[in-house]
Ligand binder design. Structure first.
Ligand SMILES: NC(=O)c1ccc[n+]([C@@H]2O[C@H](COP(=O)([O-])OP(=O)(O)OC[C@H]3O[C@@H](n4cnc5c(N)ncnc54)[C@H](OP(=O)(O)O)[C@@H]3O)[C@@H](O)[C@H]2O)c1
Length: 357
């Protein structure tokens, strides 16, 4: 989802670099690759297919996701699945997820016969394991798990700031108690936890064992016995190398009680700073009126987390000239239906205009 791109265009993947990064990761021991129908405007599965040529496919468990929001019937499920296999140049996937489930999408898919459809594909050997990724409340998470006895795994957003958000710690423990494998996404909150302000850096630097801010956040997730694996998007080769090294050092239960106390202090400091809980997943995009929604919230959050206004104001002016500032919002609300964090996007955009417009 966060492959390197050319000129900031999400659908223009920097192909050679992305292939080199994926292969470096696999050579370094990564054995699970997560993509989805919708990532990078549909180009991510194609890129993964190319990267897994020359023998790399055999070294990974491949995971991709049904575009839940586009499905109305089992014929749609088949159509998208066949297209996905073709894009990825493979005849099967090890892990197939119902993408970004919330209550409405789950009910639609269930009523359209998704479980029966998936059983057929499992019998044919074209899907090994069925699971779902999730962005809704803890109550909905329990409902989905309880609705089907044979889920093998789920994918949840989890990091040291999100213990009470979405599935959260309660959901992690519940899924584990039901024997599900648990894949964690957004361990760095979309990268934000890797960029601490000086106050938070100073807190991390009080640790007896030095770690980068990114490593602290990754280690906090890996520390959990219930976590089967962690996904972190990477947009540079340097991040791939750093995360391979961090994974090589990691183990469950590795954090001491004083380490965990430090994480709590950092969490408290962050909670005072973050203004809008946007992870820049871009599910709200494209905005029909051209607003760069994650970009707008990034400006607000950078202001509160890093303290300076000038850079944010300059970027706001540039975006306004391009027609992508919050001032282009016509309050249609299409974005709010798609936001996994359930942010009141229209009101928050008004607040961006108040502060930067
Ligand atoms: N199914 C779903 O509903 C869903 C939703 C979200 C994500 N996902 C999947 O889960 C994956 C993981 O989530 P995520 O990408 O949000 O993970 P994340 O780890 O929270 O964020 C990834 C970002 O963190 C930064 N980063 C990674 N390693 C770093 C390092 N060593 N040092 C400094 N910064 C580092 C990079 O930001 P910069 O690029 O800004 O440098 C990178 O793009 C996604 O890529 C996607 O495959 C699925």
């Amino acid at each position: 989802m966060r492959l390197p791109v050319v000129d900031g265009d999400p659908s223009a993947i920097d192909e050679q670099l992305a292939i080199d990064m994926l292969r470096t990761a696999i050579d370094g021991g990564v054995n699970y690759v997560d993509t989805a129908y919708s990532y990078h405007g549909g180009k991510s599965e194609l890129l993964v297919g190319k990267a897994l040529q020359e023998g790399y496919r055999a070294h990974v468990h491949l995971a991709t996701k049904m575009p839940s929001w586009l499905i109305e019937s089992s014929a749609d499920m088949t159509r998208y699945f066949e297209e996905q296999l073709q894009r990825m140049q493979t005849d099967h996937v090890e892990f197939y997820l119902l993408h970004a489930l919330n209550a409405e999408r789950w009910h639609n898919l269930r009523d359209a016969g998704v479980i029966e459809w998936a059983h057929e594909r499992i019998k044919e050997g074209r899907i090994a394991y069925l699971g779902f990724s999730f962005h809704d409340t803890g109550t909905v998470f329990h409902e989905i798990i309880d609705a089907y006895q044979d889920w093998t795994f789920c994918q949840i957003q989890y990091n040291f700031l999100d213990e009470q958000m979405q599935a959260g710690t309660d959901g992690l423990l519940y899924a584990a108690s039901k024997g599900l494998g648990i894949v964690v996404m957004e361990p760095l909150r979309g990268g934000k936890l890797a960029l601490p302000n000086p106050e938070i850096s100073a807190l991390w630097n009080t640790a007896s064992t030095p770690r980068s801010a990114a490593e602290w956040a990754l280690d906090w997730v890996w520390n959990h016995l219930e976590v089967s694996l962690l996904l972190s998007g990477m947009s540079t080769m340097e991040q791939v190398r750093q995360n391979l090294a961090a994974a090589g050092r990691s183990s469950q239960g590795m954090l001491s009680s004083s380490d965990l106390q430090l994480v709590s202090r950092v969490r408290d400091a962050y909670e005072e700073l973050i203004r809008v809980p946007c992870t820049a997943c871009s599910y709200c995009m494209p905005c029909p009126n051209g607003v760069n929604i994650p970009g707008m919230f990034q400006l607000l959050n950078e202001r509160s987390m890093f303290g300076s206004w000038d850079a944010q104001r300059n970027r706001y002016v540039q975006m306004k000239e391009q027609g992508s500032s919050a001032e282009s919002c016509i309050r249609c609300g299409l974005c709010e239906d798609k936001c996994p964090q359930h942010i009141s996007i229209r009101d928050e955009l008004t607040s961006v205009v108040d502060q930067l417009g």
